[in-house]
Design a protein around this ligand. Sequence first.
Ligand SMILES: Nc1nc2c(c(=O)[nH]1)N[C@H]1C(S)=C(S)[C@@H](COP(=O)(O)O)O[C@H]1N2
Ligand SMILES: [Mo]
Length: 245
Amino acid sequence: MNSKQLIKRRELLITGFASLSALLLPGCKHELPPTYGNILRMGDAFTYGAQRTLLSGKALSKEYSYGDISSFPATGTTNPSEENYVRLRAGAFADWLLPVEGHVARPGSYSLADLQRFPMRKQITKHTCEEGWTAIAEWTGVQLSRVLESAGMLPSARFINFYTYDGWADSIDMLDALHPQASLAYGMNGRNLPIAHGAPVRLRVENQLGYKSLKFVQRIVVSDKFDDFGEAGNLKNGWAWYVGI
Ligand SMILES: Nc1nc2c(c(=O)[nH]1)N[C@H]1C(S)=C(S)[C@@H](COP(=O)(O)O)O[C@H]1N2
Ligand SMILES: [Mo]
């Protein structure tokens, strides 16, 4: 890192801390992450506060071109053994249905064909794993916002909870859920999403670290309350709830 970069980094940190202290002023309480007060997750307060203030949640993650697409390791669960998943996979996911429920006016389930009837979005983005590797792929899918709008989010909706066939659960806030690049991907690099990468549908949360992009999505629940799923969620790995990049 050269001295210019160091200064820039310092400026960013100072701005970050300044904005964080601004966030601690009364009246700005809503900008504190929902994990605030959890000693294990103090980092959330900094990254969440700084990102929300500096970027206002509007910034798009960089999109790349076809020539930038790289090899892409499949990590974590690559083939769930859960019995329903095994059955659905045997039927090429023709019977797969994604329930969208909770604080919505029209709870219901979406087949793969239903999701593919929504306007399609393609994005070539960089995945950043917490282990330190990155990879670039093209994702084809539907913006999460379209599905949530179709289900009719109620005014009480605050967080979106996701459950997966390999037993993962995680949540994102509304700003990230309605981000234009937040999507339910059913295709990767022009083909159906491979099993190892989360077939038939995975989440893409491009503005956070890779572990927020849940594979093998099973159920979506719109909630009025924050839930990080405690030890059943990412806390068991020592991972922050909010990992904006
Ligand atoms: N359901 C589920 N989602 C998951 C994981 C997992 O093991 N199970 N691993 C996470 C992590 S740590 C990363 S880096 C990416 C890996 O996605 P990939 O297998 O397509 O590389 O998925 C994320 N989502
Ligand atoms: Mo990861």
